[in-house]
Ligand binder design. Structure first.
Ligand SMILES: [Zn+2]
Length: 81
């Protein structure tokens, strides 16, 4: 049934896809949005590009947001002092 994937008649059309680019070979590939959010939010989860390069996000989105907030806080504090 793989030939029907893009026909729009199967249940797969309810998925949203996002593009990833392999950090090893720069090959672009698509993954379901829900799965990308899963790997972005959990740095322990590995995923693979179609050529088999293992990768994972080193920092979770939450950690990045916390860093961003901390940096801006520091900037604001130094501005106000
Ligand atoms: Zn790759």
């Amino acid at each position: 049934m793989a030939t029907n994937i893009y026909s729009g008649s199967s249940s797969i059309e309810s998925f949203e896809f996002v593009m990833e680019i392999c950090c090893n070979c720069n090959l672009p590939f698509m993954m379901p949005k829900w799965f990308r959010e899963h790997v972005v939010n959990d740095s322990r989860v590995n995923f693979y590009c179609p050529k088999g390069h293992s990768q994972h996000y080193t920092k979770t989105l939450r950690e990045e947001m916390n860093d961003l907030i901390q940096t801006n806080k520091t900037k604001l504090e130094s501005k106000n002092s």
